[in-house]
Design a binder for this molecule. Sequence first.
Ligand SMILES: NC(=O)c1ccc[n+]([C@@H]2O[C@H](COP(=O)([O-])OP(=O)(O)OC[C@H]3O[C@@H](n4cnc5c(N)ncnc54)[C@H](O)[C@@H]3O)[C@@H](O)[C@H]2O)c1
Ligand SMILES: O=C(O)C(=O)C[C@@H](O)[C@H](O)[C@H](O)COP(=O)(O)O
Ligand SMILES: [Zn+2]
Length: 365
Amino acid sequence: MTRITVALGARSYPVDIENGLLDRAGAVLAPLARANRLFLVTDVNVAAAQLDRFRAGCAGIEIEAVILPAGESSKSWAQLEALTDRMLDWGVERGDHVVALGGGVIGDLVGFASAIVKRGCNFVQVPTTLLAQVDSSVGGKTAINARAGKNLIGAFHQPAHVLIDPDVLDTLGSRETRAGYAEVVKYGLIDDPDFFDWCEDNAGALLAGDGAARRHAIARSVEAKARIVGEDERETRDRRALLNLGHTFGHALEAETGFSERLLHGEAVAAGMALAFRYSAARGLCAPDDAERVSRHLAAVGLPTSAAEAHVTAAGATLVAHMAHDKKMAGGRLPFLLARGIGQTFVAKDVELEDVAAFLDSERG
Ligand SMILES: NC(=O)c1ccc[n+]([C@@H]2O[C@H](COP(=O)([O-])OP(=O)(O)OC[C@H]3O[C@@H](n4cnc5c(N)ncnc54)[C@H](O)[C@@H]3O)[C@@H](O)[C@H]2O)c1
Ligand SMILES: O=C(O)C(=O)C[C@@H](O)[C@H](O)[C@H](O)COP(=O)(O)O
Ligand SMILES: [Zn+2]
């Protein structure tokens, strides 16, 4: 088993990565289950694909399973209200460990519900998508979407434990696997050019389900995320913001598609990263060859690399209006994650939104 610790003082926690871990989840969870009972939340697809396995792995523990609709639309006030009521009806106590079995949608929603019910109870992440295993289950960002935009209502609330079983990815669809891969590539682009090289060489194997490639990608990603979160848990030091590479553009694209299945989060991030690199090149910050290399790799695995490929035709001004709701906004200015090259992402604080709008319009031809 690989264990990576997210080092946050009293709130530190382990991220365990092991094939078949779901079948042995009870060994970790039994000591966390008050009165031998666990409250678990999942979605319909994960319930069909993995819940029986999870239950078998937790033999002897009584599991109250809440099964929600799948997809981004579950990160809503309506689902949050229904879920928190279910938790209270069940009699959840602060010391309980609520289990989030699913992708980033379930993790973000359950994490937020756990942050606010009784002013905070424990939760455990059992991520079942590539995206959730490499990114969303680690770091304690929890949220639902608001009318004004993505993840605008939420809390920082760290899980008590993260259990990653790469085998659960066997049942994940290829589109969802590809979308999660965008967040893997992100770590290479932020500050690890060797890992980007590895991605170029191994994406095919990883996406085809090769076990060694999967384990390497998951462990390297979790190590990077744990390190950055440990340095800047609440995104106040220009460090954690690096994890937002591609997200300012990406969240605007997601908002434009109404947070629907038309554009998955990872697809939006892929297009957003390609846009961030092209915008960096347009400003003379980064070599055009680097920007082309990023797009070439994302396109090679079937991810979108522009607003048009993400099926968004909106004008630059419309996309920039979505960006104005970004949580990074400070003093009326929006910091942007730009790049000086592959593995050289930085926080730029001198970007004018009008300039971004003009760049986006220039992309429309
Ligand atoms: N909190 C964070 O740090 C963070 C980081 C990245 C993304 N996110 C959020 O994560 C969300 C996207 O997460 P996602 O890509 O995991 O999407 P998701 O949770 O919607 O899962 C994608 C689809 O795969 C299905 N699924 C999940 N696991 C499966 C399995 N093992 N077998 C079969 N089907 C399975 C789900 O039912 C769903 O239909 C977005 O809302 C994004 O904002 C949060
Ligand atoms: O953990 C982080 O920090 C990230 O930025 C990870 C992102 O992949 C993730 O999508 C996150 O939810 C975006 O953060 P937000 O603060 O822009 O909502
Ligand atoms: Zn993301």
